[in-house]
Design a protein around this ligand. Structure first.
Ligand SMILES: [Zn+2]
Length: 170
């Protein structure tokens, strides 16, 4: 297992819709293990393959907020097949440092996907885990929390990143 580099906004791979997985290969299983390790090392509660520079439809997450009890889950080709209600919380993203965005999402979702064993599953989630799934699946469609900001807030954030980058250069 290895901790992978997390790509940050505005890396192009984050904006690209990811390709469906057509074969669960040993390389893919390795990627999943590495993504789980990378997620915990960050630390974060979820990670999508484009965030480690791989444009394929794989997400990992752990909605268990109790750090002493890890229960990582990996989903391949996840797809939201049902969504209803509303839930709003402040979200952060490992690919968008120093940014929190309050996003209105669906409060309840059903997601169809394949497990790492290639078994089809339907996951039902509510509130925080539902938000987490929507956030990670957004990544597979090239969508970031930055895209939920108003134009003004987005340009302020870009300016902030630029300032930070310049400071790090000096
Ligand atoms: Zn994210």
């Amino acid at each position: 297992m290895a901790v992978l580099e997390i790509f940050k906004y505005p890396a192009p791979v984050l904006k690209r819709p990811a390709k469906p997985v057509d074969q669960i290969s040993p390389e893919l299983l390795q990627l999943i293990d590495d993504m789980i390790e990378t997620m915990y090392a960050a630390p974060g509660v979820g990670l999508a393959a484009p965030q480690v520079g791989r444009s394929c439809r794989v997400i990992v997450f752990d909605a268990n907020r109790d750090e002493s009890e890890r229960s990582p889950m990996a989903l391949i080709n996840p797809e939201i097949i049902f969504a209803e209600g509303e839930f709003c919380m402040e979200e952060g993203c490992l690919s968008a440092p120093e940014l929190n965005v309050e996003i209105k999402r669906k409060g309840q979702v059903k997601v169809k996907a394949l497990t790492r064993e290639g078994k089809e599953v339907i996951i039902e989630a509510k509130e925080f885990p539902a938000v987490l799934l929507q956030h990670e699946i957004d990544h597979l469609d090239g969508k970031l929390i930055i895209d939920y900001l108003s134009g003004l807030k987005r340009s302020l954030y870009k300016r902030k990143l630029k300032r930070k980058e310049e400071k790090e250069k000096n």
